[in-house]
Design a protein around this ligand. Structure first.
Ligand SMILES: Nc1nc2c(c(=O)[nH]1)N[C@H]1C(S)=C(S)[C@@H](COP(=O)(O)OP(=O)(O)OC[C@H]3O[C@@H](n4cnc5c(=O)[nH]c(N)nc54)[C@H](O)[C@@H]3O)O[C@H]1N2
Ligand SMILES: Nc1nc2c(c(=O)[nH]1)N[C@H]1C(S)=C(S)[C@@H](COP(=O)(O)OP(=O)(O)OC[C@H]3O[C@@H](n4cnc5c(=O)[nH]c(N)nc54)[C@H](O)[C@@H]3O)O[C@H]1N2
Ligand SMILES: [Mo]
Length: 761
């Protein structure tokens, strides 16, 4: 077949409308409705009895870790079950009875499947055996594991340089799989390891490393219970980290205050009915947010500056507001920060952030009188042009209050995937770590590459420009997760070979290279020959996870086995590393990790039970390795959006019924949307100004670098959102995010502040 053959693949799928019902947003999260919805999902996908058995093992000491978010488990898991509605949906999705098998691919071509919605694609089921899409073909066909590995080895050997390979990782892989993958990729000779962090918390990692000397949060779960104030910024825990609501509830019960900063009043942060308590199910629930600051999109920096300015005024007036002993002993740059704050005019800051002065004062009062403060944040802060500075500004506030390295206080970037933090800790990164390279060299006797690799954005450019030719993904759904869907799809389609190690079918399997492979793997819930793996939660605790369910098919391999299979086929028998043995013996992998990385001694043993914490200098308030041995204050600029009169700033968020690109269902219950995802939330006054009525169909366009990008067919929903701000779901809107619009320093696509226009359909 000729190289120029091009498959006719739709990158959006159907954009027609389904049934839509709109109600008032929900006034509370979870409760009996949450239990009902969870049970509906599991019984529909995988049978009620079977699912309840699975759920009873989730997040228990001998069970498996929830494949959903990375929120930590309490020391004593609830006997009623330590899971949430959305964890139950994640399980339903993985344990489904549906199968993507030989018959499925015989019946449907990739061209046909690409016209389905992401929801329909995902619901096709679990992949049962390895499949290949040959050059010139539009149907995946079965291939043996051995032939699949041989094919990958052949393509990798044909590359002119190892840097023509791209090795992506999503955040569900275990520490063992991730370490082995990183080892293979470095032995192969490149650091081209983009990962989902690049699109997620990279801004947090960069900001926290530069200010506090560790790219992770400093708190543990118990700190949230002890905190006097928790600020929840740019995060929707009711949907994305539901078990965090229990921690917020505990904080409130002990007298703590919660300040929420968000353009939307997310119902999960208003009232919570804890499904793990009878009174939570039947009673009125707990009111969570004390002070709601409805900030305009990406105007958190002006708001934080305002808070700090007013706190400084009170401190200078003699009130004991700042922790001067801590500032003097532990920090650098205090005077410069104060001087910078003086520059700004309060009226202007108020105008930028859109929050009423009185509301700001309420927050200032709470913060002034308390010193055990935690700031929690997620994508609402990281996915902006100035994502790194958003987080630095949060650190500034915490440092002023001495709220780092003490009980009940600190930084809490709330992670996404269940093991995204662990993957980084064990070596998935595109940049060079000298200590890691040195340790790998000593342990495995090879020279790891010493030049920086490509992150997500740069990997897409390289594939687009045909500088990279083989794409391998350990999990994830690259084409739908990354920005600028058309550009990214073309980049993947330019490759000679694209390989996805996956549990379920997704759009990346369709936007395939000349040849494509799907390598099906075991999920978290499934038995893995009595072996266990380990994961690290959002707070740096490493613990084991052991699947109990019968695998979806007998032909599945575990992720470490697959990686070892590829490595063995590539390096052959004269390799210094015995890949096959490593890939089958996870204790051996853990032994190697403990040799290469600090903090993992006696790894296998210590990961049993509730696990162990990795070292964390910020938690200890130890900044000895930082410049001057101190934590750093930062001077941050105001974010600038040159938004014209007829333009809007769009944030792309998750509905209550999805896990990233996996669409669990068509409802967003908390926001009152049922049956449809192609909606855009708009301020009613803006609707009036633009002459659009409720549920009118519009198109969204973004202009950047002279190119207009268009997402078609969205129904307008009047919503309580600041003027000139819009909100819609991802991945449908990723097509609007320009590839070259990413955060300074972290290169994270600006999925939360895309300047768009609307046009009538
Ligand atoms: N059920 C479920 N759980 C998940 C996921 C999922 O898709 N489904 N995804 C996982 C992953 S990978 C991640 S990273 C996390 C994501 O968790 P979140 O970050 O909570 O996810 P988003 O839906 O992107 O929500 C962003 C929130 O930030 C707000 N926001 C947007 N822009 C701004 C801003 O400029 N300033 C402020 N202050 N707020 C803003 C939005 O209104 C919204 O409430 O969740 C993880 N957990
Ligand atoms: N516009 C916009 N874009 C965004 C975001 C946003 O807020 N707005 N958020 C970004 C964020 S925070 C993230 S983290 C990325 C997510 O990007 P990704 O991590 O690439 O995407 P996911 O949707 O989590 O990946 C889902 C796929 O993973 C596979 N899978 C599931 N479980 C397993 C497993 O156990 N093993 C293996 N090997 N595969 C498995 C399944 O095949 C499934 O189809 O998206 C980013 N993209
Ligand atoms: Mo994420």
């Amino acid at each position: 077949m000729s190289k120029s053959f091009k498959r006719n693949i739709s990158i959006t799928g159907a954009t027609t409308f389904a049934y839509l019902k709109v109600t008032e947003p929900s006034s509370y999260a979870a409760g009996i409705q949450g239990i009902k919805v969870a049970l509906d999902h599991v019984s529909k996908e995988s049978g009620l009895f079977r699912s309840l058995k699975t759920l009873s093992q989730m997040n228990q000491k001998e069970g498996f870790d929830c494949p959903g978010c990375a929120w930590p488990d309490p020391e004593k898991p609830s006997k009623l079950g330590e899971y949430c509605e959305n964890g139950a949906k994640a399980i339903a999705e993985e344990t489904t009875f549906e199968r993507v098998d030989r018959d499925f691919f015989k019946r449907y071509s990739v061209e046909e499947i690409s016209n389905w919605t992401d929801y329909q694609i995902g619901k096709s089921g679990r992949i049962t055996e390895p499949f290949v899409l040959n050059p010139g073909s539009v149907h995946y066909e079965p291939i043996s594991w051995a032939d699949a590995f041989a094919l990958i080895a052949k393509e990798l050997k044909q590359l002119k340089s190892p840097d023509e390979g791209i090795f992506y990782t999503s955040g569900r892989s275990s520490n063992e799989a991730a370490f082995l993958y990183g080892l293979f990729v470095r032995a192969f000779g490149t650091n081209n390891m983009p990962d989902c962090s690049n699109m997620c918390h990279e801004s947090s990692g960069v900001a926290l490393s530069q200010t506090l000397g560790i790219g992770k949060g400093s708190v543990v779960l118990e700190d949230l219970h002890e905190a006097e104030v928790i600020m929840v910024m740019g995060q929707n825990p009711g949907t994305n980290h539901p078990r965090m609501l229990t921690a917020l509830q505990k904080c409130k019960e002990k007298g703590g205050k919660i300040i929420t900063i968000n353009p939307l009043s997310e119902s999960g942060l208003n009232r919570f009915k804890n499904p793990q308590q009878l009174k939570g199910i039947l009673g009125a629930g707990t009111s969570l947010t004390d002070i709601f600051l409805q900030v305009k999109i990406n105007q958190d920096v002006p708001l934080l500056k305002l808070l700090m300015k007013r706190l400084a005024k009170r401190d200078q007036a003699g009130e004991k507001v700042f922790d001067h002993a801590f500032i003097k002993e532990k920090t650098n740059g205090f005077d410069a920060l104060l001087k910078d704050l003086e520059h700004y005019d309060e009226t202007q800051l108020l105008e930028f952030c859109g929050v009423a002065s009185k509301q700001v004062d309420l927050a200032v009062d709470v913060l002034a009188k308390r010193s055990k403060i935690i700031i929690c944040w997620a994508m609402g802060l990281t996915q902006h042009k100035n994502g790194v500075e958003n987080i630095k500004e949060c650190v500034n506030l915490l440092l002023l209050k001495g709220s780092i390295g003490k009980k009940g206080a600190g930084t809490c970037p709330v992670r996404g995937h269940s093991n995204v933090q662990g993957d980084r800790s064990v070596g998935i990164m595109h940049y060079v770590s000298k200590p890691l390279n040195q340790a790998l060299k000593e342990t495995f006797d090879f020279e790891p590459p010493n030049h920086e690799g490509l992150d997500t954005v740069n990997a897409i450019h390289a594939m687009h420009n045909k500088q990279a030719k083989v794409f391998i993904a350990l999990g994830g759904n690259f084409v739908s997760a990354a920005s600028d869907t058309s550009y990214t799809a073309a980049a993947l389609q330019n490759c000679d070979l694209t390989v996805s190690i996956s549990t379920k079918l997704n759009r990346t399997h369709l936007t395939a290279g000349r040849t494509a492979l799907i390598l099906p793997t075991l999920g978290r819930t499934e038995q893995d020959k009595n072996r266990f793996v380990t994961v690290e939660n959002s707070m740096g605790k490493v613990h084991q996870s052991k699947g109990k369910m019968k695998p979806a098919s007998e032909k599945l391999m575990s992720e470490p086995e697959i990686i070892a299979g590829i490595a063995d086929a590539y390096f052959g028998t004269d390799s210094k590393i015995d890949w096959k043995t490593l890939g089958s013996d996870y204790d051996l992998i853990r032994n190697k990790i403990s040799k290469v990385l600090k903090g993992y001694n006696d790894y296998s043993n210590r990961s049993k039970g509730s696990g162990f914490y990795l070292p964390n200098n910020a938690r200890e308030a130890d900044f000895s390795k930082m410049p001057n041995g101190k934590a750093q204050f930062s001077v941050c600029k105001l974010p600038i959006h040159n938004v014209e009169q007829d333009e809007f700033v769009l944030m792309t968020v998750r509905s209550h019924d999805q896990f990233n690109t996996t669409i669990y269902g068509m409802n967003d219950r908390y926001r009152g949307i049922y049956g449809e995802r192609r909606v855009v939330f708009m301020n009613p006054e803006d609707m009036q100004d633009h002459n659009v009525h409720s549920q009118q169909v519009i198109h969204l366009t973004s202009s950047y670098d002279g190119k207009v990008r268009k997402a078609e067919n969205f129904k307008v929903i009047p919503y309580d959102i600041p003027r000139q701000n819009l909100c819609a779901y991802f991945p449908e809107t990723n097509i609007l995010v320009p590839i070259d619009l990413y955060a300074d320093q972290s290169n994270t696509p600006v999925s939360k502040s895309v300047v768009v226009r609307i046009e009538p359909a």
